[in-house]
Design a protein around this ligand. Structure first.
Ligand code: PGA
Length: 242
């Protein structure tokens, strides 16, 4: 794994955006895997700034997001579809019909998982997948104990994930208990992975990712088996390394 060390969140956001923008310029019809969460917000803002200043085009780009809460539709402000629309898609020239987020309000969520897998295949697979990391090592919503063989599936969120995400909701009880997520095997099939980590809250997770053993108890550890992973992390997130 290649590690790019940056000073802080601001630098991380600029660096990650430039990394993605460069790929998009080289291949304007690429398939991008995207992530939601506080970490990616700054990256998306920098991509929007670049779009305004330099007119990098996303017209031909296809995107697949990692996950979505079950029970929330795309206009619910806590849904990941809403997050993506408001933090990125609405501000670019991207074709909204080529932006895929699992549908949290699908009538048959299991069928939605299979459809999502098929869609990814039909588009030739993900070329660059952006990832955050949970304090418990989750990637997407693949919580500790998730099978490394998993494909897009339904998951029950752990208490720690629901508490970490409660900051976006009015109260903890409003955080859904179920989600749909790309599986670990799905994520591992992406040709390239870019993982972002910022702040002290991610220190232990980054230490375990880089120094711990590969185990389903710590889902992100599987990334050690991927041949093309870049981590952009700030000083605080890297401060636990021995
Ligand atoms: P965060 O979430 O960016 O909000 O910290 C990352 C994750 O849980 O994958």
């Amino acid at each position: 794994m290649k590690i790019i060390r940056v000073k802080d969140y601001e630098e991380l956001s600029k660096h990650a955006a430039n990394y993605i923008i460069e790929k998009v310029r080289k291949k304007p019809n690429m398939v991008l895997g995207l992530a939601t969460g506080g970490t990616s917000e700054g990256t998306y803002q920098n991509m929007i700034n670049d779009y305004k200043e330099n007119h990098t085009s996303y017209k031909e780009i296809t995107t697949f997001n990692l996950d979505e809460y079950i029970g929330l539709d795309g206009i619910n402000k806590n849904s990941y579809r809403f997050f993506m629309d408001t933090h990125l898609f609405n501000h670019l020239d991207i074709d909204q019909t080529k932006t895929f987020v699992p549908r949290g309000n699908a009538k048959d969520p299991m069928a939605e998982c299979n459809t999502y897998e098929l869609l990814i295949k039909e588009h030739g697979g993900i070329e660059l997948q952006l990832l955050g990391i949970g304090g418990n090592g989750h990637i997407g919503f693949n919580e500790p104990g998730s099978s490394f063989q998993s494909r897009t599936h339904l998951v029950e969120l752990t208490d720690s994930t629901r508490r970490a995400n409660a900051r976006f909701f009015e109260k903890l009880e409003d955080v859904p208990t179920l989600a749909i997520t790309m599986g670990i095997a799905t994520i591992m099939e992406s040709k390239e992975i870019l993982l972002l980590a910022s702040g002290e809250a991610k220190r232990e997770a980054i230490k375990r990712l880089l120094e711990g053993k590969v185990s389903e108890d710590f889902p992100a550890s599987i990334l050690n088996k991927h041949s093309n992973v870049t981590i952009i992390a700030d000083e605080a997130a890297l401060s636990g390394l021995s």
